[in-house]
Ligand binder design. Structure first.
Ligand SMILES: Nc1ncnc2c1ncn2[C@@H]1O[C@H](COP(=O)(O)OP(=O)(O)OP(=O)(O)O)[C@@H](O)[C@H]1O
Ligand SMILES: [Mg+2]
Length: 355
């Protein structure tokens, strides 16, 4: 069994067992638990409803003199795979891990980005956090990138790998905030690359951010000028490089395996070289990977959006105009096969639009 299959089996077994997983006690709730559990969105204490969430109903509620986020499990998650179906349980499991990690004397101070959990109950399908009075991040300035990568390094050192760094999962209220952990899984940072062990070396924290979010943000910049997009890419890569160097040094000090250290060292060397030379080539390579992987993700969960189609546009244009360049940079099929695959992807993406 792969590590992913083991996780699925353990989580499905937990669901079937009927066991409860609770964070805090019902007395921590600013409203009676029964009331939170039965919230539909029409109650006077509800200030806003978010129906966009795929896993949960999300409400902004007012109680006890302040605002909270109430997340209630959906009867059935809209993401059509096991990861989606177990994501509410997974989120509460990770919230429990994060409560512990935030108390870690070395890592805690780097985890202010991670929202606190006031109360959670898996069986009641309730998760309560302080409301973040923030904005979606449109342009990712230097401060935001520094704060994000600082938090990501601490999470990795703490043995937590976040897969879904999409735009809907990051907010900024003067500080970057992470609050959705439905697809954050445990791993051993001293011996593994991510929660799939060493089976998939292409997936790492910077890749997740670039794939799920940053390259979508670079798309409109590319429309304005390649120079603007490249400058934004350079900023992000410099900050990511710095973060990975700190990460590697700390993993070395903690006795990480040479497999992990060499793997990280390889990524660091590639970025460093590109930043001092041919950044264009790295841009093309990472952009291709990002749009490609994000597309596979959307198709895999049958959760496509208009931006899925924009990514397909980008990929098709890259096959038309840069196929030879791409072939030099990364393993790639023939232009003909890729075009056929992208046509099929577009048909499916049109059919699987959500929201
Ligand atoms: N603590 C919070 N403060 C402010 N807004 C929040 C908070 N938690 C969630 N939201 C808002 O609700 C939306 C959905 O929340 P969240 O991402 O946790 O739900 P989800 O169902 O897991 O979403 P998805 O599965 O689509 O990622 C977020 O994009 C955000 O706008
Ligand atoms: Mg979310």
């Amino acid at each position: 069994m792969t590590l992913e299959q083991q996780r699925h089996a353990a989580q499905l077994a937990f669901v079937a067992s009927g066991a409860e997983l609770e964070i805090g006690t019902r007395d921590d709730c600013p409203l009676p638990l029964e009331q939170l559990e039965a919230t539909l969105g029409t109650e006077p204490y509800v200030r806003e409803c978010f129906s966009a969430g795929l896993t949960a109903h999300v409400y902004r509620i007012h109680a006890g003199g302040r605002d909270w986020t109430l997340k209630r499990a959906r009867e059935r998650c809209k993401v059509q795979n096991v990861d989606g179906q177990t994501s509410f349980l997974n989120e509460i499991q990770r919230r429990a891990d994060l409560v512990v990690l935030k108390r870690d004397p070395r890592l805690g101070e780097h985890l202010s980005a991670v929202v606190d959990t006031r109360y959670a109950s898996f069986r009641r399908g309730v998760l309560l956090s302080p409301w973040i009075d923030g904005e979606r991040i449109q342009t990712w300035n230097e401060r935001q990138l520094l704060q994000l990568f600082d938090a990501l390094v601490a999470l990795l050192l703490g043995g937590l790998f976040e897969w879904d760094l999409c735009p809907g999962n990051t907010l900024d209220d003067g500080q970057v905030r992470l609050f959705d952990f439905g697809y954050m899984y445990r791993f051993d940072p001293l011996r593994q690359f991510n929660s799939n062990g060493t089976a998939a070396p292409g997936f790492h924290a910077a890749e997740r951010f670039e794939t799920r979010q940053y390259f979508a943000h670079l798309l409109p910049l590319e429309q304005q000028s390649d120079h603007l997009a490249l400058a934004a890419f350079a900023l992000e890569k410099r900050i990511a490089l710095d973060a990975y160097q700190r990460l590697r040094a700390e993993l070395l000090a903690r006795g990480a395996s040479s497999t992990v250290l060499d793997w990280l060292g390889g990524i660091i060397a590639e970025w460093r070289q590109a930043l001092s030379g041919d950044l264009d080539a790295l841009y093309l390579k990472e952009a291709w990977r990002s749009h490609w992987l994000d597309l596979q993700d959307d198709l895999g969960g049958q959760t496509c959006t208009p931006s899925t189609l924009v990514r397909i546009d980008w990929l098709e244009q890259a096959v038309r105009e840069r196929h030879a360049d791409l072939q030099r940079l990364t393993a790639l099929g023939s232009a003909h096969a890729l075009q056929a695959e992208l046509r099929e992807a577009r048909r499916n993406a049109r059919q699987w639009q959500v929201g």
